[in-house]
Design a protein around this ligand. Sequence first.
Ligand code: KG4
Ligand code: ZN
Length: 356
Amino acid sequence: MIVLGIESSCDETAAAVVEDGHRILSSVVSSQIGIHRPYGGVVPELASRQHVKVIIPVVSEALQRADLDMSAVDAIAVTQGPGLVGSLLVGIGVAKGLAYATGKPLVAVNHLEGHILAAFLEESPPSFPLIALVVSGGHTNLYYVKDYSNITLIGRTRDDAAGEAFDKVAKFLDLGYPGGVVIDELARSGNPGAVSFPRAYLEKDSLDFSFSGIKTAVVNFVRKYVDSNQGDGIGIYGNSGASAKQLPVQVADIAASFQEAVVDVLVVKTCAAAQRFDASQVVVAGGVAANSRLRERLREEVARLGLPLMLPRAELCTDNAAMVAAAGFHQLKKTGGSWDLDFDAISRWPDLPASS
Ligand code: KG4
Ligand code: ZN
């Protein structure tokens, strides 16, 4: 079965053609990073406008690269949520139009389910039951995945997503955008033990996360030195107002120490979930899964549990439409498909229901 996937939930416009939920025939992603960079974060209105501009060419290119036209497509899958409403509506509108014009079934997909099922697009797919950590700019969730359509949320962030913390700390330190990539790079030359930032493990046995405290701890750490040395700076810490002279450590040390604290919590909770649910495998997805220190630590710690770890390649971890097509395929297999075009975007979709 050939599924055309369409994704526009945040700042990537994407379309892909996937066969049987596994073989990627084409995957096109148009990123808006350059548009949002001057603002240090995604500007929803600009995101919607850009989706409108590029979505038709992106879908056409996906079909072209797969060497297919719409007549060869068996179904269309589109991200219904969670995400920015204005952005989601662009993909949904195009998908509905295509379904209406061609008479093909249309499936509405949960973006997070897509992230989890992205692992099944790899050469050797993971085995069930598995624990999936979805860690991005908008989400930090742990799932117990029994099979394709039996997915339970077992932990989530109570405030900021891990990627959001990376982005906010980078913005505060004026390091550039997207923050995760810059901090990852800078942290390589820093000492992760230089500053002891807090790790929020929450209540005993909790699999939830909290990253707003560590972000505040970084701000307070820097401000402490700015306040006591005001007017003295050379301003290399941009938004923070601090300078290299004033701080007792280098900015690379702050980046490495912050990253280490975030990674510690992600690794400890993911391993705890794997043990508690007796998983046979751990899967990680989302933009933060590209973080080199997180990958390194997860490899070590998951191996210590004697479990295989699946870290999909970077283009499958970040937002893409192949994962949407894969999730759509599994949903279609279960439900037989739907011709219902009467659905809306769901901006906040905190719990991930199984696709039943
Ligand atoms: O999944 P994604 O592309 O978009 C969504 O948020 O859905 O994730 C983007 C997030 C951003 O917060 C970005 O800073 C973070 O992933 N990120 C990283 C790295 N690469 C991207 N965070 C830490 N280390 C990285 N190497
Ligand atoms: Zn995402």
